[in-house]
Design a protein around this ligand. Structure first.
Ligand SMILES: Nc1ncnc2c1ncn2[C@@H]1O[C@H](COP(=O)(O)OP(=O)(O)O)[C@@H](O)[C@H]1O
Ligand SMILES: [Mg+2]
Length: 255
């Protein structure tokens, strides 16, 4: 039975896509069958895994509009065990295309649940907003994983995110759980990173992953080569930390 994890935070630049790509790649490296779903019209997960987003015939956009079979849009084994449903800018039209239609929150779930059992993990990279694409992702998911960037405004917006998750639990997906929060871009040279971690832990009554993702320039370079970090620099701190995060996700007792 596959576990569907939505990686969400309405703030941009907090590490959602980096976490989605590298968590998915590390789970695949450990021998699991993984599907990564790009739900962001920016298509950064798609390009970060080496796929030319503007040359795609079929994307997640066609899937949720019922214009193709989910298998037709899937690119299989981009890396061994890692499959992807890509996205590009056309996905941005969905809010307008779905306006006035009913049950549009369930579109991704209807499609993903048909193939869920073929995978051990399905990782959904959400866009930086709490609109229909994120709502579809959280409605389809078993859990939400929240990356939090170690910066001064880390807590800002978190209450709104938790509130959205609660609304989804009440109205669309009663079984949705919070997988946990993971701190990203931790800079051990500054006190600020440490303060942010302590502050969030004090104020947030959620599972916090022990693994903290350090700020590591290799993690920022890897997507421009179309590679997950473990293929770009297998021994760098970024690789080591995402492998540890994957171990924790596998053994998470809260979900
Ligand atoms: N741990 C990290 N160390 C260094 N750079 C990072 C790290 N995590 C993410 N980045 C970089 O920060 C930027 C934002 O990250 P990204 O994962 O795209 O965030 P989001 O998907 O939340 O918008 C990207 O340029 C990415 O390469
Ligand atoms: Mg992103």
């Amino acid at each position: 039975m596959g576990r569907i994890i939505a990686v969400a935070n309405q703030k941009g630049g907090v590490g959602k896509t980096t976490t989605s790509i590298n968590l998915a790649a590390c789970l695949a490296e450990k021998g699991f069958k993984v599907l990564a779903v790009d739900m962001d019209p920016q298509g950064h997960l798609t390009t970060g895994l080496g796929i030319q987003k503007d040359e795609l015939e079929l994307t997640i956009h066609d899937v949720i509009r019922d214009e193709c079979n989910i298998g037709e849009a899937m690119i299989v084994n981009v890396f061994p065990g890692l499959n992807i449903i890509p996205s590009n800018r056309y996905l941005a039209g969905i809010e307008v295309e779905f306006a006035g239609k009913e049950d549009t929150q369930y579109k991704l779930k209807e499609r993903l649940w048909k193939i869920k059992d073929r995978f051990d993990y399905i990782i959904i990279d959400c866009p930086p907003a709490l609109g229909l694409l994120t709502i579809n992702s959280m409605t389809a998911a078993n859990t939400v994983l929240v990356p939090i960037q170690c910066e001064f405004f880390a807590l800002d917006g978190l209450a709104q995110l938790i509130y959205t998750i609660e609304l989804i639990q009440e109205n669309l997906n009663k079984d949705l759980k919070i997988e946990g929060v993971v701190f990203t871009m931790y800079d051990s040279r500054t006190n600020l990173s440490l303060q942010v971690v302590e502050n969030v832990k004090e104020n947030l009554n959620q599972n916090v992953y022990k693994t903290i993702i350090p700020r590591n320039v290799r993690l920022a370079e890897a997507p421009s080569h179309g590679l997950p970090i473990i293929k770009y620099d297998s021994r760098c701190p970024g690789s080591e930390s995402y492998r540890l995060l994957a171990d924790e996700v596998i053994t998470n007792i809260y979900v």
